[in-house]
Design a protein around this ligand. Structure first.
Ligand code: ATP
Length: 199
């Protein structure tokens, strides 16, 4: 799985539709201060379902909509589309390419779509949750968060990596299963006691 492209329309400083084509491997976005590099990363977090305006460096969610400049008026909606190559089936959906779109209107109305079909935020979150992508997955480390990661204890850092790699979820499932097995063993012991009494 890899991210193929990201299109921003009316999102933050990107008034005109702008598409970033991402080839497999490392992509670097360079530009002068204030040219919108972090806005691209904000767009990525946003389309994957980010709900916190502060995480997107704004006061309220509406701040992601292009607010206008001296030469261009404000826009009425922000739209971001992310296209993911799913040839390896990493996302639990029967398509080799998956596009996720999120739109927000100034009225506050918000829309999500997967491969052009309108869906709920929950559907986007569920689609991404097994892949290690998505909200709270620590895959996006912003400028401010770098300090937190660098200052973290080795245990905390391991937690970040495990969460990003999707291991934490399996650890929780394992703990739950071990608890069930323990309960089952107790039931079996009780059963054999009872069988002994009946004999
Ligand atoms: P640096 O290198 O300093 O971190 P950067 O390239 O990451 O900068 P960003 O922080 O992504 O730059 O972009 C900041 C610019 O985006 C500012 O000029 C700001 O006015 C503009 N901007 C942010 N939100 C909006 C919006 N809703 N409408 C219009 N412009 C916006």
């Amino acid at each position: 799985m890899h991210l193929k492209s990201l299109t921003l329309k009316g999102f933050k400083s990107f008034a005109k539709p702008t598409t970033f084509v991402l080839e497999p491997g490392v992509t670097a976005i360079v530009g002068p201060n204030g040219s919108g590099k972090s806005n691209v990363v904000d767009g990525l977090a946003w389309v994957m379902g980010e709900q916190g305006a502060k995480s997107l460096r704004g006061g309220k969610m509406e701040d992601v909509i292009f607010a206008g400049t001296a030469t261009r008026g404000p826009l009425g909606r922000a739209e971001v589309q992310l296209t993911i190559d799913n040839a390896d089936g990493a996302l639990p959906i029967d398509y080799s390419e998956v596009s996720i779109r999120r739109t927000l209107f100034r009225s506050g109305q918000s829309e999500y779509a997967i491969n052009g079909e309108t869906c709920r935020l929950l559907d986007v979150q569920e689609l991404l949750s097994d892949s290690g992508l998505g909200r709270e997955m620590h895959v996006i480390v912003g400028q401010g968060r770098l300090d937190t990661v660098l200052r973290a204890t080795p245990e905390e850092r391991r937690g970040f990596i495990e969460e990003a790699a999707g291991i934490l979820k399996h650890r929780r499932r394992k703990e739950k299963t071990v608890r069930k097995l323990d309960a089952m063993e107790q039931n079996l012991a009780r059963l054999s006691d009872l069988a002994g009494e009946v004999r």
